[in-house]
Design a protein around this ligand. Structure first.
Ligand code: ADP
Ligand code: MG
Ligand code: MG
Length: 205
């Protein structure tokens, strides 16, 4: 039933939110080195808001994620807040178009995540190799499509985030540092990897 899907999304969102709170010091440290230092606290504020929000009334996975997108849009600042809000809204819209109230299949989840990542790329203009969250998100979305389970997606996100340490950032604040940012992994990509590692009972697997 759609109730089951929403319950699984609720568990996954909670697990991801707790992982983001736990990663706050690391993300703050990284964004201090190559940005303005606000990423950890911005994301942790959004995560705390999700953990205390009353989202139980949302019956299906799509409705639930649309409500999560609203909270993220209100609570998370910086560049990454709007981008995450768009990711979540795009996933919700695709799920509601494809699954129409039923529990989404694994391939519907994978398609929805791929659509969300494509939307972030369209809005933010980042491609893989620019040293942004896309360097973790795109490989994770690809792994979800090809392998179909979240272990593979989390491993791909981790590998992609680590690889950003070798890249010269070409978008966002860290690009102002030029070569000085080389050697530091992109904070947004590390945030993705931390979130993806906390798969818990995430959907689609
Ligand atoms: P700000 O620089 O506005 O403080 P945040 O600290 O909220 O931004 O987020 C920084 C992260 O946002 C970066 O580490 C990077 O992953 C991501 N980012 C920045 N610009 C873009 C973009 N154009 N497209 C995708 N991700 C981006
Ligand atoms: Mg910042
Ligand atoms: Mg900022």
């Amino acid at each position: 039933s759609s109730d089951g899907a929403a319950e699984r999304v609720h568990a996954a969102v909670g697990a991801v939110a707790r992982a983001v709170v736990a990663a706050e010091p690391e993300l703050t440290g990284l964004d201090r080195r190559v940005g303005d230092g606000d990423l950890g606290l911005n994301l942790a504020r959004g995560a705390e808001a999700l953990l205390t929000a009353d989202l139980a009334a949302h019956a299906g996975a799509a409705e639930y994620l649309a409500a999560v997108s609203d909270i993220v849009r209100r609570e998370v600042g910086g560049t990454s807040g709007p981008l995450y809000s768009i990711l979540l809204l795009s996933i919700a819209e695709r799920l509601s178009a494809d699954a129409a109230g039923a529990e989404p299949s694994t391939s519907q989840w994978a398609d929805a995540v791929a659509a969300g990542v494509a939307r972030i790329r369209q809005v933010g203009g980042a491609a893989p190799g620019d040293s942004t969250m896309i360097d973790a998100l795109q490989p994770a979305a690809d792994a979800l499509c090809t392998v179909g389970h979240l272990d593979a997606a989390a491993a791909a996100a981790r590998a992609g985030a680590e690889a950003t340490a070798g890249l010269r950032p070409s978008l966002g604040r860290s690009s102002y540092l030029g070569d000085c940012a080389v050697g530091v992994p992109d904070p947004g990509a590390v945030a993705e990897a931390a979130a993806a590692a906390e798969r818990g009972t995430q959907p689609g697997c």
